[in-house]
Design a protein around this ligand. Structure first.
Ligand SMILES: Cc1cc2nc3c(=O)[nH]c(=O)nc-3n(C[C@H](O)[C@H](O)[C@H](O)COP(=O)(O)OP(=O)(O)OC[C@H]3O[C@@H](n4cnc5c(N)ncnc54)[C@H](O)[C@@H]3O)c2cc1C
Length: 525
């Protein structure tokens, strides 16, 4: 077991798509880059585990239409100027991937279809590209806390090496990119076991604020005994009730009827009977892991019905995250840059889930901008001296309270995962959650702590609790229904609330409308 201490220009936390694009961009700016991942960069996180549809629309009328449609769909909270930027950057970076040898499938007209990436292959290549660009990758090295200087500039991070006896690591750096993904509250959704909101907690501890946390309620449907929530297969599904009656209109929009049925506590069954026989083999090849649990249960999903459940994906397919304060994805805190699901995606998707393709595009573009921005920031300062850890929650408590993390996680899950908590919400249910979660936070400092593995669990539990608090406080403050935020007590959209909500704080959570955003928005390229 040996302690690891490294100096760098840019430290990237998280090695999913956002983190790897950030590392690549920083290296291209001439920065010495270190990337630390909780798992193994290239296989960790939801992108690495499946297919990744991309919002990649070429310039022209189709792009204009796509921006307009999403602007309206997202409750007019996004920024068209950002949407066009993301589309253009994504388009260029995807071209770059193709130029570097990534092979896209061809469509019926023989032309490459560049709107989807095969996750494992994509992330395998991204890891290799970071290496080739000179980046140092620390695998199985979760970050626990950010490091700051006396003048409160973010200047590195520290964590543990899981495969080296939990020995500490620390990296002093001129700037840090937080790309640790979102928070799915350990719901079991595909690939999100690493997404416990750690980066959001670290950012809050240095004073960062958040945006759009009320839009943290993305649910997806999975076979009842599986965590496979990929939506691709479900476009071929018809949903049925327990008596075999078709739910909704039987088409893609029937998902809403299926969700409503589940929310009412009634069982829902799916059958992929809208898939033409000639594409069924291709479906199996493209998403083999969807079929595995069904095959094991002896169910042919094309001809037989199987029960489905709704799985919360929190901010991973929601849109809330660390506030983006500049076009280089700087946060509110000097030295701290943000990318991917750790950052808010409201600028691009408003209050509507970005999971279907917008998040993937955002990961690419925000990663690229944050990495370059961090490198430029670091260029202006020498590797800082005299840094100290900024972390608190769950880090310094008494050791060996084995059950403490588990009970905090249980409480957080009770107030986030059920449909009655996050899919249908009212002032009463939200106030109940706010009270319970705030109370848990005030006791958490005395409960959470430990060393090695326990410390990692304590930190993740604290992060999940913090994220749940920003999310529920924000949901209580948005007194209307908009995007994925549905209030059963306030079912209408209130035009006066066409503005984003910022939030933050640890001891005391605050929420307030962002100033000036409504006036700034125009739909123009
Ligand atoms: C089932 C599913 C399907 C999806 N399909 C699509 C799709 O088709 N199209 C689309 O646009 N979006 C899709 N999404 C959303 C998409 O996966 C995410 O938006 C995308 O993965 C975000 O990339 P990221 O790099 O920000 O975060 P992630 O991919 O979540 O990566 C985060 C990385 O940070 C690491 N990490 C976490 N904590 C720490 C820590 N403390 N220290 C160091 N490292 C840490 C993790 O190990 C991980 O490698 C899907 C999501 C799910 C769950």
């Amino acid at each position: 077991m040996s302690r690891l201490e490294i100096d760098a220009d840019v430290l990237v936390l998280g090695g999913g798509p956002a983190g790897t694009w950030a590392a690549l961009a920083a290296a291209r700016e001439g920065a010495r880059v270190v990337l630390a991942d909780k798992g193994y960069c290239g296989t960790s996180g939801p992108t690495a585990s499946g297919g990744n549809n991309l919002w990649n629309v070429p310039p022209g009328p189709a792009r204009e239409r796509s921006v307009q449609a999403r602007f309206e769909d997202g409750g007019r909270l996004s920024e068209p100027a950002w949407m066009y930027r993301v589309l253009e950057e994504t388009h260029q970076r995807v071209d770059e991937l193709a130029g570097a040898g990534y092979r896209f499938p061809s469509g019926d007209d023989g032309r490459e279809v560049r709107t989807s990436l095969q996750g494992p292959e994509y992330m395998r290549r991204m890891r290799r590209r970071v290496h080739r660009a000179g980046g140092t990758i620390l695998d199985h090295s979760p970050a626990l806390e950010l490091l700051t200087t006396g003048d409160a500039i973010v200047s590195g991070a520290a964590g543990l090496q899981r495969q080296n006896g939990y020995a500490p690591w620390s990296v002093r750096a001129g700037a840090v990119v937080v790309a640790t993904g979102g928070c799915a509250f350990l719901s079991g959704s595909f690939g999100t076991n690493v997404d416990t909101g750690d980066g959001l907690l670290m950012a809050a501890e240095v004073g960062a604020s958040f945006s759009g946390m009320e839009f943290s309620t993305a649910y997806a449907l999975a076979p009842a005994w599986s965590g496979h929530t990929k939506g691709l297969m479900m476009q071929f599904a018809t949903y049925y009730d327990a008596d075999g009656r078709t739910l909704g209109d039987g088409g893609f929009s029937a998902r809403g009827a299926a969700m409503a049925h589940l929310a009412a506590g009634r069982p829902v069954f799916a059958r992929l009977d809208r898939a033409r026989p000639d594409i069924r083999a291709a479906m199996r090849t493209s998403q083999p892991n969807y079929f595995l649990p069904l095959d094991k249960a002896g169910i042919d999903p094309f001809t037989q019905k199987y029960p489905v459940r709704a799985v919360l994906e929190g901010t991973v397919r929601g849109t809330g995250g660390i506030r983006v304060a500049g076009t280089d994805c700087a946060s509110d805190v000097p030295g701290l840059f943000v990318a991917g699901d750790a950052a808010t995606r409201e600028l691009v998707t408003g209050g509507r889930s970005g999971g279907g393709s917008h998040n993937g595009a955002w990961a690419i573009s925000s990663g690229t901008w944050a990495g370059a921005g961090a490198a430029r920031f670091a260029r202006k300062r020498p590797v800082p001296d005299g840094v100290r850890g900024a972390g608190a929650a769950g880090l310094r408590g008494p050791s060996a309270r084995r059950q403490a993390s588990r009970s905090i996680v249980g409480l957080v899950q009770e107030h986030t995962l059920p449909l009655r908590r996050s899919y249908r919400r009212s002032a009463t249910s939200l106030q109940d959650s706010v009270t319970a979660l705030d109370e848990a936070w005030s006791g958490a400092a005395d409960l959470l702590g430990g060393s090695e593995r326990e410390l990692l669990q304590a930190r993740s539990a604290a992060a999940m609790l913090a994220v749940a608090r920003w999310a529920t406080h924000s949901a209580l403050a948005r007194t209307e229904t908009r995007g994925m935020h549905v209030r059963t007590d306030l079912p209408d959209t209130d035009p006066a609330q066409t503005r984003r909500l910022l939030s933050g704080g640890l001891g005391e959570v605050w929420v307030r409308p962002e100033r000036g955003t409504a006036e700034a928005r125009t739909v123009a390229s």
